[in-house]
Design a protein around this ligand. Sequence first.
Ligand SMILES: [Zn+2]
Length: 178
Amino acid sequence: MGTWMATIRFPDGVERYARYSTVVEALVSDLYPASHVHNYREEPAGEPLPTFRDRPRAPVDQLIPVVISHAPDDDRWHAVYCPQRCMIVGPVSPYRSWRIQEANDLVPGDGDGLRHLSQLRERGLCGAPVVDAPLTYRRYLSWGEDGDDQPPFTDIYADWAGGEMCRDCLLLALDQAE
Ligand SMILES: [Zn+2]
């Protein structure tokens, strides 16, 4: 029973629902307008909402930040929704979000006031020049490793609308990861 209901919360208070698989660690359905309880378990209900996969992705400033959680433990993460394709751009799970943070350094831009994602330390994924001084991330701990000095967990997609995180880098990291 690795499929649970995910709830997608939009900034205007609208909620959508989808199926989430703990086997592949991802949303595995289109979005639904409603949910109901079936066999003591919540699941998406009604007809899935239409998607437009062939349309171009909306410009970056029209993408919508959403908060997604999935049953049964209300595991929560931030993601981005495309209003043109009517689909989640990503990340499709907290695991994928964490993988992106593992694969990229978080680095300050060189004078642009933004934080970028980088794999080379000279440029962000978006091409902007960055300072060679990665900001601290919470790392994955090996078994038995002491994590007391770890910085708190960061969800870089939570900063989508905050104006300090480079959204081009966030999108490019998604394209690499998905
Ligand atoms: Zn960038």
